[in-house]
Design a protein around this ligand. Sequence first.
Ligand code: 13P
Length: 269
Amino acid sequence: MVNEFEIKKQICEIGKRIYNQGMVAANDGNISVKLNDHEFLCTPTGVSKGFMTPEYICKVDENGNVIQANPGFKPSSEIKMHMRVYKERPDVQSVVHAHPIYATSFAIAGIPLTQPIMPEAVIALGCVPIAEYGTPSTTEIPDAVAKYLQHFDAVLLANHGALTFSDSLLNAYHKMESVEFYAKLLFNSKLLGGPKELSKEQVERLYEIRRQFGLKGKHPANVCVNNKDGKASCHSCGGNCGSNCTCDNDADVVAEITRKVIEQLGLKK
Ligand code: 13P
């Protein structure tokens, strides 16, 4: 088990990366790591995340209350958003929030990242929805993000930025890199006359590969309940794939999200 000081150093290292990559400006962005069900490390509010040292890092409980913070440091103003992810996704060990230029531009334009344009983005992310706008630091953002948490590991925040989460700090950061890279490619290919999208069959094969690799996390490839039995996904079931369907209480949300995904991908049945 990596000790707490090492994790604090890793948070500072990831802070440097998001700052140096231009994924945040000034004091923007925040990072957290789960230590156990009742203890979490997070970046402090109002400091540049590119120039932190371990003593900057705060420790909070599952409600975002301070357990330990050095004088002059308070937990991120977005701690409620991080805690909501941990509450609803017990598999998540780390959450990263940033304002990468391309992904945030799509979030501002109100265009979700749904066009299947390259295999890695389809496998890693599937697509990235936009959670409705919320005022920073209030419960509006956690509430807006909540409905996407069971189906995605990355969400754009309307007019604000991006949120990624995964089973480790590095993987949560990598998701942020992948989101931004996907957004950049999509933006550039739109400038070049519009992307040539992967076909429905190509997307389905990539989804199958993802399932065969047993990749962790949530992804639209897992939306079809057939997948849970290892059967082929119909990818357009809307949570209702006939006699094989074993939809649970999430069916409505699954159906809504799937419909939107299918619509955006132009994969209408
Ligand atoms: P904090 O410095 O409070 O974490 O806030 C930065 C930010 O990006 C808010 O969205």
